[in-house]
Design a protein around this ligand. Structure first.
Ligand code: NAI
Length: 248
């Protein structure tokens, strides 16, 4: 299936690691121009280098998605290098777990600002380009946790919030042929989950309780994102695609 991604420009936030890096590599493989964006300059540059070494087109950009000026500069760099922006993947996110009564305000703010405000700032910065060209794809990384996870009130609020944000974006921008969708992965084996102190226990439990008995790989999510970003998904908007192996 030709996804029609060749020559399109895609910004992927949080693309220096895990799921974002797999999405960036997948876009590079499909012939897209990839803006590999991350708060960590070295990891963004390394993933961009991988893509160009493999014959693709990529630009590594250091940007904190919670910083409006950095987000504007990131979009300006994308437009300067590749002419416009067709695709935005709001992937940057992190967790600071704890029961609500034990959760600090700073842990709440960090998780909500990175996941939700970051998606808002990036979306607002790219929409004028997508509107002008009457073509755009915005995909935001939710999570199975949008249903609520104990110890993850901040993270669950972000992941549910991204679904509401996605539905509002879809309603506001459909007439300009801009689609907005969310992807909700289950447990995906990335540095993010591997850094959890109970990683092995969580992984073994996930394998036992998932209809497809394995943990997900970042490439499983990248495949779903590539489809939603493609020409083949032009009539799908305001939706949530779960990539959970059937575990809810
Ligand atoms: P990861 O920790 O491997 O990668 C996240 C990347 O985001 C890192 O490179 C980090 O430097 C970057 N980042 C953090 N704060 C940032 C900021 N303010 N501005 C720009 N970049 C920033 O995590 P992973 O697992 O690849 O997760 C990616 C997304 O997928 C996150 O939104 C996460 O919540 C979501 N997700 C992950 C799941 C999993 O099981 N790994 C399951 C469901 C959702």
């Amino acid at each position: 299936m030709d996804l029609g991604l060749s020559g399109k420009t895609a910004i992927v936030t949080g693309a220096g690691s895990g799921i974002g890096a797999a999405i960036a590599r997948r876009f590079g493989h499909e012939g897209a121009h990839v803006v590999v964006s991350d708060i960590n300059q070295e990891s963004a540059a390394a993933v961009a280098r991988d893509i160009t070494d493999a014959g693709g087109s990529a630009l590594g950009v250091a940007a904190d998605v919670t910083d409006e000026a950095a987000v504007s500069a990131m979009v300006e760099q994308a437009v300067e290098a590749f002419g416009t922006v067709h695709i935005l993947i709001n992937n940057a996110g992190l967790a600071r777990d704890g029961r609500i009564t034990k959760m600090s305000e700073s842990d709440w703010d960090l998780v909500v600002d990175t996941g939700l405000k970051g998606a808002f700032l990036c979306t607002r910065a790219v929409l004028p380009h997508m509107t002008d060209q009457k073509w755009g794809r915005i995909i935001s990384m939710s999570s199975r946790a949008h249903n609520g996870n104990p110890g993850q009130a901040n993270y669950s609020a972000v992941k549910a919030g991204l679904i509401g944000f996605t539905k509002a974006m879809a309603l506001e921008n459909g007439r300009n042929f801009i689609t907005a969708n969310a992807v909700a992965p289950g447990m995906i084996d990335t540095p993010f989950v591997r850094s959890h102190p109970a990683y092995e226990k969580i992984r073994d439990n996930a394998i036992k309780t998932t209809p497809i008995p394995r943990v997900g790989e970042a490439e499983d999510v990248a495949d779903a994102v590539a489809f939603l970003a493609s020409e083949r998904a032009s009539y799908i908007t305001g939706d949530v695609l779960h990539v959970t192996g059937g575990r809810y």
